[in-house]
Design a protein around this ligand. Sequence first.
Ligand code: URA
Length: 435
Amino acid sequence: MGFRMYDLIEKKRDGGVLTGPEIKWMTEEYTAGRIPDYQMSAMTMAIFFRGLNKEETLNLTMAMTTSGDTVDLSGIDGIKVDKHSTGGVGDKTSIALAPLVASVGVKVAKMSGRGLGHTGGTIDKLESFPGFNTSISMDAFLKQVNDIGIAIMGQTKDLVPADKKLYALRDVTATVDQLSLIASSIMSKKLASGADAIVLDVKCGSGAFMKDFASAKALALEMTELGRGAGRKVTAFISDMDEPLGLAVGNALEVKEAIDTLRGKGPEDFSELVMQLASAMVCFAGKAGSEEEARELLDRSIKEGRAIDKLKEFVKAQGGDERAVDDMSLLPAAKYECEVEADTDGFVSGIECAEVGNASLLLGGGRLTKEDEIDLSTGIIMKKKKGMSVKAGETLAVMYYNSEEKMEAAKARLKAAFKISGSKPEKNDIILGRI
Ligand code: URA
């Protein structure tokens, strides 16, 4: 059916509701290059101000989901469960979570991104294992999940091309920050990746997209409804991102922390988040009758070494050097380290999380444009987190770096990220809510 983009822009500008066929047509024509960016920009701005109702949002999500290839996981037995995090500082969750749930029999067929921002995405982090191949073929990916229960690959270029174009456009037209557009962008990629059930981790706080609980909850609700509307099982956790997750920020450093966590020696907040997300995944996959029972299974798998063994098996299957799991000196390491010290006594009353991320980016651990090269070895280890007492001269964090110039640029920002005051603050729980 043919429509005129001008008419659709006008309709949305005036607060009208776009029909399913209109949204499908617009998405297909834009993806095919037959609607110019200037008209789509006007549409996204109209949506920014007028919003999309639930039906429009679901229609947009479904149109985007089918705009390119979709992954068929039906050749893998059992219920396939995926997880998605909206992203934050020090978020290495998938690296620990995926082998952990696979170690109790959950099939993990995961596509991940590289990502712009403070650190790389899961795909970059996994490349810390020397030789690790994230661009395996779809056949190899499916075979590996059938053989060992876990595979993670980079998103193929033909997965949700509509979102690739639309997100790039939103990024340069100040229209990223719109709930329905964010929810449809994330969920279309998850739906196209083929899982039967999806566990969402919506981050909330100064280091996240959603700065406050109300907006994180609204996004979590919107995404769970979209997933259910598309016939998938979905649950969402809202988790704290007001300070970095765990202690490590930076690619290889985060991989080390994920390895420690699979040995039961991870930081408390990160370990708790991993266990809660993993328990939900195990239940969705039908491997336990309740999340308590799932947690016992997972605890045992860590204690008995099956979780760490699954990581080794996974790294080896994708061509990586699995010896790095036991001998972490085989992972990329920066040449120098430098401590950032407190000037005064008191308590850490807050950590400007995004600023810790920016400091890591300045050290070389993240990318600002798709073409930037990441230095996997650099980053930050937090020595103090919110609520901890601190003395003048004590170390707040350690920076790992390869360039003095970059370190100098990062140091002031990292130091300024720590707020120190005279009274002990309330510390947030890692899980703030659940849908
Ligand atoms: N992440 C996405 O994938 N899409 C958005 O729109 C925002 C964050």
